[in-house]
Structure formats: C-alpha cells, structure tokens
Design a protein around this ligand. Structure first.
Ligand code: PLP
Length: 444
C-alpha cells in the first residue's frame, strides 16, 4: 500500500512558506495528495516516501531521453566550468542555432530564452512588430504559458451553440481585462470560423498562435487540410503564423510537428524536449521577421543562453538528430497504446487515442472529441476515477485528462510490462468503484 505520509507532512511545512506548498499551481494536487519528489532516473521517479513511479508526465514533456540522462548531464557538468552567463555571447549559441536550423527548416534565425513562456512571449512581440497589428488568435483549449496575453480560456462548459461563439475569460485574477480586445479564439480544425474571424478583424490581428498537436488539450490534432487552409489565410490577411512547438518540438519528429504534419511556420517556439529538462527555449523563424529583433524589437534577458543549458541542449539535440531515439520513443508509445487497447477491449470498455504515440491522448469514448468544445462535453468519470488508482499502483499520469501521456527513450520493455499489468488492475478497481457509486446513487 502506498503511503504519502512524508509528502503530507512536508506539505504542511511547505505551505507555510510557499503558496499551495509548491512553485507552480499545477503541482498542487490537494493537501493530502501533493507529491514531493526525491529523484528521477530514466523513465522513473521516487517520492520522499520512497514510492517508485513509472512516469508518463515527464515534467510535462521535457525529459525526452529520461531523467538524469548520463550523456546530457556529462555535457552539462563540463559546461559548469565555462562560468554560467556573462552578459556576452558564446560560440556555442551559433552551434546550437545551426543544428536547430538543420532540423527545422522554418528556423532560419534563432534566439534563445529560458522557458516556453518567454519564447512565446517573444514570438508574439515579434509578430506584432512585423505585422504592425496588436491582436492575436489562439485555439480554444490552447495553452501557451503564464503571461497575460495568453492567459485566457474559452468557456465551453455551459455554452450553448445558439448563443454564438463561446465567451473568453482570463485564467485567473490579475490578468488585465484591458487585454481582452486583443484576443480571439477559434475551434480547432474549422477553417471557416478562422476565416470569419479574419474577415471581420484582420486589420487588428497580427498573429495566429497554434499548437498543431494540442499538448494541453489531450493531443487533439490539426488535420493537414486545416493547417494548409490556416497557412493560406494567414498569408492572405498578413497574419504571422506562429506554431508553438514547446511540447511537440524535437519530440513528434526531428523537425517537430511542422515536419510531421507538413506545415511551415513564420515563427515557431521550442523548449521542453530540446534540453532534456534543463531550462532553455527558442523563438525561431523566417529571416525577414526575425530581423525585427534588434531593429526595433527588444529581446534578451540576463540568463538567456546560459552555458549549462546550452550544452545540455547541444547534447540532447545531437542525440535526437543523430540516433534513432525518436523512433524508439514512438515504438514504445505505439506498443503502450496497443497494450492498453487490448486490455480495454477484453473488458468491453469503449476507448480511443489521439495525437502522436510519443504524447498520447487517452479517451474513454468510442471516438475522440474533435475539438475542445467536444472535449468539454465528454464524460471523464472513468479517467478521473482511474488516474488516482494508477498513482497508488506506481504509474504516474496527469490527474487532469487534458494532459497527454508522455514517453521517453528510457521507458523500456520492463516498464511497458509493469505499466500494462498495473493498468489492468487500475481499470478493474475503477469499474468496481463506478458501479458502487451507481448503486449508491440508485438507493439514495
Ligand atoms: N506553450 C506550450 C504549448 C506549452 O505546453 C507550455 C507549457 O506547458 C508553454 C508554452 C509554456 O512553457 P513554460 O512552462 O516552459 O513556460
């Protein structure tokens, strides 16, 4: 039986010094459910109660090769001798930028930052400067980081299609309402709605920001047709197309989602997988657009292109470009998907998968939802009941069903066998719990 005794005790201490006892709201899972980690290695992590987990969250994606990868960490250790940051450039920046350009044709010029948020923030600023227009469009259900211009969500839960487009609200307090007019949302895979919005507001819209596989919305995936239409509409209305590859980049293909789905962005952003967990990100894109940086647009930061993160990225990208790591990860994801499917079929449980095998969206419905509107109206009782049972058994998936399951190179035959075995047990427990709940509701 898993116990979280030490984590619970630590939470009581931590919450006295840190809001919610953690350093990101998303890490708080409840006063008695918040987990504190001791260490990670490969595809596994250990918490401070010494519970072991096979991890399919991977820090929301960064640990593409696995935690504490010896090859990457060795490069990072060597880079510690360099001295950190100097408020001056180093030669390594050119080396990593050149590799990114080789892997991603759209990345003609590159600027480094530390987080996905910073990269997307820069991309939007560059797009505004280039287009001369301040507004932007994002997809309903999209997530692009913790800065004000993107911290908005589309309210679809109580939405009635007869009332027109769903309302947009700030994600939380402190996001200035004054930004609202800059912001438009459209559903995934409906080029007609995108065109309608552009026809109406194109004089004010400088950027279309899209995650082509929605890494924060169950890996719902844009169709190639939609991407081609969106590309053409952006060209027609002088809108900069920003493909946010913070989750998909260097994961779903060497050239990211742009290679996988055949689209070329004007600007694109990368983070997560590029550094195997070291803090580094990139805004990249078309030379004429990127040249606005330094010619009007400000970009920088004390810690950009830190020697350690840069060396980690150089090694991670070398491995991803020059070995079959991504094939291994994809194969593992496909095997996992097939194994889960076999178990669920044998029990007659409807299910479907979406996205790429390296970042798998898991649904308990015969067909996956087409977009966020459909997701909000899908029944998630099965997933929501099963996730905590998986945790108790030592399989770490996100409690929020919108987060896909992430694979890494270090997941192996043993972790696959163990995951499937424990998944079957969690499914049985879930079925028992849900049928007990039904009985209680009937008798009540
Ligand atoms: N963009 C996307 C698509 C993301 O998934 C995320 C984070 O999950 C971000 C941007 C923000 O990245 P960060 O958390 O590194 O600031």
């Amino acid at each position: 039986m898993r116990t979280l005794k030490k984590s619970n005790q630590h939470f009581q201490k931590a919450v006295k010094k840190l809001p919610l006892g953690v350093s990101s709201n998303f890490r708080y899972w409840g006063d008695d459910k918040t987990i504190y980690v001791k260490r990670g290695k490969g595809g596994r992590i250990w918490d401070i109660d010494d519970n072991e987990y096979i991890d399919y969250r991977l820090g929301y994606g960064p640990a593409i090769l696995g935690y504490a990868d010896d090859r990457v960490d060795q490069a990072a250790r060597e880079a510690m001798e360099v001295g950190g940051v100097f408020a001056l450039g180093t030669e390594m920046e050119y080396e990593v930028a050149s590799r990114i350009r080789r892997m991603v044709p759209a990345a003609e010029l590159v600027r480094f930052s530390n987080s996905g948020t910073e990269a997307v923030m820069a991309a939007l600023r560059i797009a505004r400067a280039f287009s001369g227009k301040d507004g932007h469009i994002i997809l309903e259900g999209g997530y692009h980081g913790v800065f004000n211009e993107v911290l908005w969500y589309t309210e679809v839960e109580d939405w009635n299609p007869k009332d027109g487009a769903p309302e947009v609200h700030p994600y939380g307090d402190g996001v200035p309402q004054i930004l609202k007019p800059l912001f438009h949302t459209v559903p995934l895979n409906d080029a007609n709605v995108l065109e309608d919005v552009l026809k109406k507001y194109h004089q004010d819209i400088g950027a279309f920001l899209i995650e082509a596989i929605m890494g924060n919305c169950c890996s719902l995936t844009a169709t190639s047709d939609y991407l081609q239409d969106a590309r053409a509409l952006c060209d027609k209305y002088d809108v900069v197309m920003i493909v946010d590859e913070v989750k998909t980049g260097f994961r779903v293909a060497k050239g990211g989602v742009q290679e996988l789905l055949g689209v070329k962005a004007d600007l694109c952003t990368f983070a997560k997988a590029m550094g195997n967990g070291y803090p580094i990100s990139v805004v990249a894109g078309r030379e004429d657009i990127m040249r606005t940086v330094g010619d009007g647009v400000v970009h920088g930061g004390t810690y950009t292109a830190h020697a350690v993160s840069l060396a980690a990225a150089n090694k991670t990208l070398e491995i991803l470009e020059e070995t079959d790591a991504l094939k291994t990860i994809e194969r593992y994801g496909s095997d996992l998907r097939d194994g889960l499917s076999k178990i669920l079929n044998a029990k007659g449980i409807e299910h479907s998968f979406v996205g790429h095998p390296s970042m798998l969206g898991v649904f308990f419905s015969a067909e996956p939802p087409e977009d966020y509107r459909a997701w909000a109206n899908t029944d998630y009782a099965f997933y929501d009941t099963m996730a905590p049972e998986l945790h108790k058994l030592g399989i770490l998936v996100e409690p929020d069903s919108r987060e896909p399951w992430f694979m890494c190179e270090a997941h192996d035959v043993e972790s696959l066998r163990e995951t499937l075995d424990k998944f079957e047990r969690a499914v049985d427990i879930t079925l028992r719990k849900l049928s007990a709940d039904k009985m209680t509701t009937k008798t009540a």
